[in-house]
Design a protein around this ligand. Structure first.
Ligand SMILES: C[S@@+](CC[C@H](N)C(=O)[O-])C[C@H]1O[C@@H](n2cnc3c(N)ncnc32)[C@H](O)[C@@H]1O
Length: 242
């Protein structure tokens, strides 16, 4: 729809149904938009949702980024490139939104796939999507409603996935929590970070090192317990997405 036509439709809706009608229509449009992925699986993962459209009860609301999914092929490529036995790892998506990445991760043999999302509305959509998606490999897939800043990591080997979900304040807190968790339970951790705006925080963390991830828009890190067979233990320092 052209910009002028869109403005006119918005004004008409506002005149006819007031601000509530406009709100309902905009949230409704979140559900109506479909991608090829959604067409295939009957899910609702494609359309962008801004945080102002949602009721989020968190002090970190203003530090969060809007919901937007990643191209499925990039997620699959990132998972397939990890030099690990996936069955020994739990996959955690911090800021999991409508859960598209959870669905994609469930196609692999992870022990469990967990999403953490602070919007109850997005979490409800994710849970619905999980119910619709065929359970190919991983049978334990959940979306939980909570704040990433207070999330307690399970004591398993982890693949932590992020698609630039929040700003520096929350990111620092998450890294602090992760380091403390690793001190309590020594284990292997990989971090896969799409649109890595805050990569410098991971570089400066002191407990994570870069590993090669030949996937567009993403970089990856591991802790020192996690061996990297592809680089013989040598870390890759260059920014692969730049
Ligand atoms: C760019 S989207 C990522 C979507 C999802 N990871 C994917 O790949 O399909 C960012 C998501 O992070 C969520 N978010 C932002 N801050 C958060 C926080 N502190 N705790 C939990 N979720 C958060 C937003 O609501 C949004 O759904």
């Amino acid at each position: 729809m052209h910009y002028a036509a869109l403005c006119s439709a918005v004004l008409q809706k506002l005149r006819r149904e007031g601000i509530r009608g406009l709100w309902r229509a905009s949230v409704g449009s979140i559900k109506r938009s479909h991608s090829a992925f959604d067409e295939e699986f009957g899910t609702d993962t494609e359309s962008i949702v801004h945080l102002w459209q949602l009721d989020i009860d968190s002090p970190n609301r203003d530090d969060g980024t809007r919901y937007q999914p990643v191209d499925p092929d990039l997620i699959r490529a990132a998972i397939e490139t990890l030099p690990i036995g996936l069955e020994d790892f739990v996959f955690v998506d911090l800021g999991s939104g409508k859960g598209r990445t959870l669905l994609l991760a469930s196609e692999y043999s992870f022990k469990r796939v967990i999403g953490v999302e602070f919007s109850p509305q997005l979490n409800a959509i994710a849970t619905d999507n999980i119910g619709k998606y065929p359970k190919v490999r991983c049978q334990h897939v959940t979306s939980t409603c909570g704040d990433a800043a207070t999330y307690e990591f399970p004591p398993d080997n982890l693949v932590i996935y992020l698609y630039h979900p929040f700003g520096e304040r929350v990111f620092r807190q998450v890294l602090q929590n992760l380091e403390a968790s690793l001190t309590r339970h020594e284990r292997e951790v990989y971090v896969v970070y799409f649109n890595p705006v805050l990569a410098s925080l991971l570089d400066a963390s002191g407990f994570l090192q870069r590993v090669e991830l030949p996937v567009e828009w993403a970089i990856a890190f591991r802790n020192s317990t996690a061996a990297d067979p592809t680089s013989g233990g040598k870390c890759v320092q260059q920014h692969l997405s730049s």
